[in-house]
Write a protein that binds this ligand. Structure first.
Ligand code: M6R
Length: 366
C-alpha cells in the first residue's frame, strides 16, 4: 500500500507531480488563457462584484492561503485577507455579502475551519470550500467547492494536499482575474502554460534528491532551524518550518526575510542553520542581501535557488537547485526540497514519520 516507499509521507511527496496534474485536468483553457470551474459556484457576475476575498484555514492549509492571497491580489486585484480559523471564530469577525470566503482544508473536517465558515455564512457571505476529501463537512456547508483531487493523504504531515491547494488557488486567481478584466488573456495564458508544465519540473526536482541526504545529515543535530523567504517564498518558509518541527521535533521557525532585522537576527551564530528560499524572482536581490547578513554572522546557509545562480555558490554552504520557472509557479517547486529535508531528518532520527507524536491527521476538536 505504500507502493515500495518506507513511509506514506515519502510516497505522497513523490505523488505530487501526478496529483497536481489531477488538480489542473479539465480546468485549463490554454487557448483562451482562462480557467473553467463552474463547480466553484462563483458566477462571472459575482466574480466581478465581490469586494474582498477572506481566506480561513489552519496549519499547512493556512500557508497555502498566504500564497493564495499574493496571487489573488496580484492577478485579480481583489483585497484579500488570510486568517487562522481558530482566531476568526472567537474574534467577532465582520463579513459582508460581497465577500468571497474561502475555507481551505485537506480533510474538510477541521473544527476551527468549520466554525469560521459558519460565522461567515451567518453574516451572509458567499463561501467556497477548497478541499481534498469529497463531500466532507466543509464542502457540504459551502455554496460551492473546488476539489484538489490529491487522493487520500495518510501521512500526518501534509505534502500533496499542499501543492494541490497551491495549484487550485492559482487557478482561482486566474479565473477571478479574467472575470475582473485585471488579467489580459495573454498573461493568463502564460501563467496557465507555466502551471501546466509544472508537474514535469516537479518530477525533475524530486528525481534528483541525493543532495537532500547531505543536508539532512547536517541538520540532524540542530536544535533550532530558521527558514526565511520573501513574497511567495514566505509561506514556503513557514511550511518548511512546520514540516520540520512536526516530524523531526526540532524547533524550527519560518520568518519573512524582511523581518529578520526586527528580531530573529539576534539568534544567528555558527550553530544556527538558516534555510533560505531565494529563487531568481522579483524579490531575489532583497533576499540575497538578507543571506549576506546571515553569512556575516557565521550562520550556516542552505539555499533553495535557481539552477545556475553562481552568486549562491559563493555564499551558501549547501544549495538545492530549482529549474527556472515564472515567478508565480515557483512555490510548487521550492517547497519540494523542504518536504524532503524534513522527511530525511526525521527518518535519520528514527521517528515515526507518518504518525508523529501528539498529532492527529484531522483535528476535529479545537
Ligand atoms: O485538514 P486540514 O487541511 O483542515 O488540516 C489543517 C491542519 O490541521 C493541517 O494542515 C496540519 O497543520 C498538518 N499536520 C500539517 O502538516
Amino acid at each position: 500500500e505504500r507502493g515500495g516507499y518506507k513511509h506514506f509521507m515519502l510516497k505522497e511527496i513523490h505523488e505530487q507531480p501526478d496529483v497536481v496534474e489531477a488538480t489542473l485536468r479539465g480546468r485549463i483553457d490554454l487557448a483562451a488563457g482562462d480557467v473553467h470551474a463552474t463547480e466553484m459556484g462563483v458566477t462571472p457576475e459575482f466574480a466581478k462584484e465581490l469586494r474582498r476575498v477572506y481566506i480561513v484555514a489552519c496549519g499547512t492549509s493556512h500557508h497555502a492561503g498566504i500564497a493564495g492571497r499574493y496571487w489573488i491580489e496580484q492577478l485579480a486585484r481583489v483585497p484579500t485577507v488570510v486568517e487562522l480559523a481558530s482566531e476568526v471564530r472567537y474574534r467577532e469577525p465582520i463579513f459582508f455579502p460581497d465577500d468571497l470566503v474561502i475555507a481551505i482544508s485537506q480533510s474538510g473536517e477541521t473544527a476551527d475551519t468549520i466554525a469560521a465558515l459558519k460565522a461567515a455564512k451567518a453574516q451572509g457571505a458567499k463561501v467556497l470550500a477548497l478541499c481534498n476529501v469529497l463531500d466532507s463537512a466543509i464542502p457540504r456547508l459551502s455554496d460551492g467547492a473546488l476539489y484538489t483531487h490529491a487522493g487520500p493523504e495518510i501521512g500526518v504531515a501534509s505534502t500533496k494536499a499542499f501543492t494541490t491547494q497551491l495549484a487550485a488557488l492559482l487557478l482561482l486567481a486566474v479565473y477571478l482575474g479574467r472575470r475582473r478584466d485585471s488579467l489580459p488573456a495573454e498573461r493568463g495564458r502564460e501563467i496557465l502554460q507555466a502551471l501546466w508544465e509544472i508537474p514535469s519540473h516537479m518530477r525533475e526536482v524530486l528525481g534528483d534528491a541525493d543532495y537532500v541526504h547531505a543536508i539532512a545529515k547536517r541538520l540532524v543535530h540542530a536544535k533550532d532551524v530558521l527558514f526565511l523567504g520573501r513574497g511567495l517564498g514566505f509561506p514556503i518558509a513557514l511550511e518548511g518550518a512546520l514540516k520540520l518541527k512536526e516530524i523531526s521535533y526540532a524547533h524550527a521557525e519560518g520568518y519573512a526575510a524582511g523581518e529578520m532585522k526586527h528580531g530573529p537576527i539576534a539568534l544567528i551564530d555558527e550553530a544556527l542553520p538558516v534555510i533560505v528560499v531565494c529563487p531568481r524572482d522579483a524579490h531575489y536581490d532583497k533576499t540575497f542581501s538578507n543571506l549576506q547578513e546571515v553569512r556575516a554572522r557565521e550562520g550556516q546557509v542552505v539555499a533553495i535557488a535557481t539552477k545556475g545562480d553562481e552568486s549562491i555558490l559563493e555564499i551558501a554552504q549547501h544549495h538545492v537547485w530549482i529549474p527556472k520557472v515564472p515567478d508565480e509557479v515557483g512555490p510548487l517547486l521550492t517547497v519540494l526540497p523542504l518536504q524532503l529535508i524534513a522527511y530525511y531528518v526525521a527518518n535519520l532520527k528514527g521517528n515515526d514519520v507518518d504518525q508523529p507524536r501528539n498529532l492527529a491527521k484531522t483535528v476535529t476538536v479545537e
